[in-house]
Each structure stands twice: as structure tokens, then as C-alpha cells.
Design a protein around this ligand. Structure first.
Ligand code: KIV
Length: 277
């Protein structure tokens, strides 16, 4: 029997309750059809700010805007019946103050109807998380490699390679937990450190480029189905090859159009009373 009966919506509290239990299946989703396809299989769908890169062709997630996140959040919510839907807070929408963070989180919740928001940061963002949670909005944390800091850090740097960095990561994770987050993404962090943080926290950890010991895993959907056209990160396993499928379909369609094999008689309309020859 399925762990969650169809149509029972999985809440952030239910995700929190999965700590130490069956691994939590998470994927990103940005559009209605993909949400429809993933909803029966995933526990949590993240409308990640990676949408700026994946669908809009920006170089980094810093290209994401509130309007972009809200529009994709609404599309995903239309396609979801059971998965817990989390929408990313874009860079610039929460860092300035707890008040700004709360106003942005409220706007995302009100305009999308999603179940929770996610923001990047550890000890430095704990007061923003606490303010949002205090107002009754569930928050997912995000520590380790934080893509919104790519310009500040001069690239995507794997975390936890030194003892000092590992200590800082644990402090970040504990600050996010104490601030009231219902779960935390650990991204781009060396395996033993991610596994250790998972053992020490009472909330679920969701790994990406982290550890199989995390309480759940997340991948960017376009990476998982082999649709990513630029560099595929080391931590990705491709479960399909949609790049080849799309290129092959486009090539066969082009050949049919050029040879006038498409449309066929079954694809065109005839005047009333006449049937296709
Ligand atoms: O934006 C995103 O897709 C994310 C995941 C990689 C966790 O934050």
C-alpha cells in the first residue's frame, strides 16, 4: 500500500514527523504538467529559485524574482494534490531584516497557496526564520553550499572540508533547527559532515550533493530526467535521457514537415459530409 493515500495532502508537520523514518522523496518542480507527473511519486516538491537557471537561462539563481517564484508557485500548486509544496524565497527578499523576510514570506504564501517557504542561511538568518515561523508560516532551511552566495564566494564551493568549516555547518544547522524550521536542505557538503549533522538534528535533513544518510534527498527535476543542456553536476544521477528524446523528436518532426509527411490525413479537417481520402 502507498505510504500516503492519494489525495491526502502532506503537510510540513508530516515531513517533520518523518525524521529518522522512511527517506523523504523531494524534487524540484516549476510547471503545471511536471507537478502533475511528479505529485504521485514525491513527498515534497520545491519550486526552487533554480528555476531562474533551468527555465529562464540565467547564469545563477540570483536572476530569480518574487514575481517569477510566485508565477511558478501558482502553476505547481495547480498540479498538486498530495505533495507538500515549498516555494523558495529569492535573493534580496529576506536578507535585509526579519520584517522584510516576513512580508515576503506572507506574499508568497498568500499569492501561491503553497505550504511552506525555503530560505538560504544558518546562524546569520536564524532571526528571519524565527520571525516567519512565529507568524505561523512553515520554513525549510538551506545550509552548506548556498547558490545565492555564489558571487560573494567566487564560485560554487563544497563545504565541510576543514574542521572549522564543519563546526560552522553544525552551528548553522542547529541555529536553523532552533529557529523552528521543519526541515533543512544540506547542499554540496562533504559526506561525513552531512551524515553527522543528520544524526545530531531532530528535524529531517534533505541532501543534495551531501549524504545517503540524510533523511531525504532532492534533485533538480531537469537534472534527474536528463534535460539539462549545460554542465550536469557530479551529484546528479540521470534517470532518463530527455535531451536525446527531445532532439530525436525535433529531428523526425523537421524531416516530416520538409517531406510534407506531416500533417497526415488524420490530423486535418474536412468540410462536413466528406471523410478523409
Ligand atoms: O533552487 C533549488 O533548486 C534548490 C535545491 C537545489 C535544493 O534550492
Amino acid at each position: 500500500m502507498a505510504e500516503h493515500p492519494a489525495e491526502v495532502q502532506i503537510t510540513p508537520e508530516a515531513i517533520r514527523g518523518r525524521k529518522g523514518g522512511a527517506p523523504i522523496v523531494c524534487l524540484t518542480a516549476y510547471t503545471y504538467p511536471i507537478a502533475r507527473l511528479l505529485d504521485p511519486h514525491a513527498d515534497l516538491l520545491l519550486v526552487g529559485d533554480s528555476v531562474a537557471m533551468v527555465l529562464h537561462g540565467h547564469a545563477t539563481t540570483l536572476g530569480a524574482t518574487m514575481e517569477m517564484m510566485i508565477m511558478h508557485g501558482q502553476a505547481v500548486m495547480r498540479g498538486c494534490r498530495r505533495a507538500c509544496v515549498v516555494v523558495d524565497m529569492p535573493a534580496g527578499s529576506y536578507e535585509h531584516s526579519a520584517g522584510q523576510a516576513l512580508a515576503s514570506a506572507r506574499r508568497i504564501m498568500d499569492e501561491t497557496g503553497c505550504h511552506a517557504v525555503k530560505l538560504e542561511g544558518g546562524t546569520d538568518m536564524a532571526d528571519r526564520i524565527a520571525a516567519i515561523v512565529y507568524a505561523g508560516i512553515p520554513v525549510m532551511g538551506h545550509i552548506g553550499l548556498q547558490p545565492q552566495s555564489v558571487e560573494k564566494e567566487g564560485g560554487y564551493k563544497i563545504k565541510g572540508r576543514t574542521q572549522e568549516d564543519s563546526k560552522r555547518l553544525l552551528a548553522d544547522a542547529q541555529a536553523v533547527e532552533k529557529a523552528g524550521a521543519f526541515s533543512v536542505v544540506i547542499e554540496g557538503t562533504v559526506e561525513p559532515v552531512a551524515a553527522d549533522i543528520t544524526r545530531r538534528l531532530s528535524i529531517p535533513t534533505i541532501g543534495i550533493g551531501a549524504s545517503a544518510q540524510c533523511d531525504g534527498q532532492i534533485l533538480v527535476i531537469d537534472d534527474a530526467v536528463g534535460l539539462t543542456v549545460d554542465r550536469v553536476p557530479k551529484f546528479v544521477r540521470e534517470y532518463a535521457d530527455l535531451r536525446s528524446a527531445v532532439a530525436d523528436a525535433a529531428q523526425r518532426y523537421a524531416a516530416d514537415v520538409r517531406a510534407r509527411r506531416f500533417p497526415g490525413p488524420e490530423h486535418v479537417f474536412q468540410p462536413k459530409g466528406k471523410s478523409a481520402p
